[in-house]
Design a protein. Structure first.
Length: 388
């Protein structure tokens, strides 16, 4: 079933003339593996693709996902998505059904069983965080716990602040720290919503001063911001600090990725407008653009990206588009709180396209990746994953 999604995606990309050289080679290999692919009448799908201007794109894509999820196997699901693919939803449904019929007529390829040794202590990530109060006290937040104090409360799965006006009171700051294997959602006192990914920390005021610049600091890690507009706060702007980088916003949605073990800081704009600056270098972003700050050269470059791939993590999905196995495993290592070792350095360079559910067990994730024939076996030793 995983191959069906991949073949469908590649064919539609080819019809829309956005298929990369890597994608063309992948489709070529699929046609060798599944000769029936050559016999499918793909021209009939051209009319479907042209219908995207007249369909409800969001509902159509939801139907595609629903159909895909109903067909997922116990080995884990790998499905695919890009903005243009969402618009071609009607074509993709028809194409996947056709390919399924053909694939069911083919004999299933032999799979190499993975090697699992010792005990497996790699667990799926959950909602958990540590709240550090202004007085230095730490509060553990996780499912099944609750916390309430003055203008902040938590049900163990989210943290919510409410604004309370207090005259002549010094600004107090809290920290929310997300460990490896965790994630958390919070609402700041001005109504700004923040999703924090694994291994991240945010510093923020308990309450913002009315009419003055609202400023928070992503100390490290990754966060998605849905900023309350300045019009609701007497024109007060919103700024996100990270190291020496500043992101000035007026009311928008964007993602910032700034992990301690990476030499680049990525800011991706979903809606609105932001200005990214670093030591005098400034770049303005428009929706679907991403700035890339190289901390070594101190240069900021801007490129158009597939926004979904950058923000899918907050929707419970990891989406990858031609990402190396090394990059993919770096992401998974944070979520599953594990160490990854490559026995073969060349394996790190292998590229994959796909979408993996964050609620899957690590064995299911590995089975999905292994289906593409890049991994012959793996070992799990306590919280260490060894790939070969």
């Amino acid at each position: 079933m995983n191959d069906i999604f991949q073949i469908s995606r590649l064919i539609i990309k080819k019809k829309l003339k956005v298929l990369s050289a890597t994608g063309k080679e992948q489709l070529k290999q699929f046609r060798k593996t599944y000769p029936f692919v050559k016999d499918v009448d793909f021209e009939s799908f051209a009319d479907k693709i042209s219908e995207y201007n007249t369909i409800d794109k969001d509902n159509a894509w939801d139907e595609v996902l629903l159909k895909a999820q109903k067909k997922q196997t116990k080995t884990g699901v790998v499905i695919f998505k890009k903005p243009w693919f969402k618009y071609a939803a009607a074509a993709s449904v028809a194409l996947m059904v056709t390919l399924t019929i053909f694939l069911n007529k083919e004999s299933e390829t032999e799979r190499i069983e993975p090697i699992i040794v010792n005990i497996n202590n790699i667990e799926i990530g959950t909602d958990k965080a540590t709240l550090t109060l202004a007085n230095g006290a730490n509060v553990a937040l996780e499912k099944g716990t609750s916390y309430q104090d003055d203008n902040v409360s938590s049900n163990g799965e989210a943290l919510v602040y409410v604004s309370k006006k207090k005259a002549n009171k010094a600004v107090e700051y809290n920290y929310l720290t997300i460990p490896r294997g965790g994630q958390f959602f919070m609402t700041l006192s001005d109504g700004t919503k923040v999703w924090l990914n694994s291994e991240s920390q945010l510093k923020y005021p308990v309450s913002f001063t009315e009419g003055k610049l609202r400023e928070v600091e992503l100390v490290y890690g990754e966060a998605y911001f849905e900023v309350s507009p300045s019009s609701a706060h007497k024109g007060a702007g919103f700024k996100v600090l990270n190291n020496k980088q500043e992101i000035q916003v007026l009311g928008t949605q964007f993602n910032v990725k700034a992990y301690k073990d990476e030499s680049h800081v990525y800011t991706t704009l979903v809606e609105g407008k932001v200005a990214v600056s670093f030591e005098g270098n400034k770049q303005n972003l428009i929706p679907n653009q991403q700035s890339n700050l190289d901390l070594e050269t101190k240069n900021i470059s801007v490129a158009t990206v597939d926004v979904y791939n950058e923000i899918s993590w907050k929707e419970g999905v990891f989406s990858f588009d031609e990402k190396s196995l090394k990059d993919i495993m770096r992401v998974l290592a944070r979520w599953y709180d594990m160490e990854v070792v490559f026995k073969n350095p060349e394996l790190e360079k292998e590229e994959f396209n796909g979408m993996l559910g964050k609620d899957q067990k690590i064995e299911e994730i590995l089975a999905s990746i292994k289906n593409f024939g890049k991994i012959t076996a793996y070992e799990i030793q306590d919280k260490k994953l060894i790939l070969e």
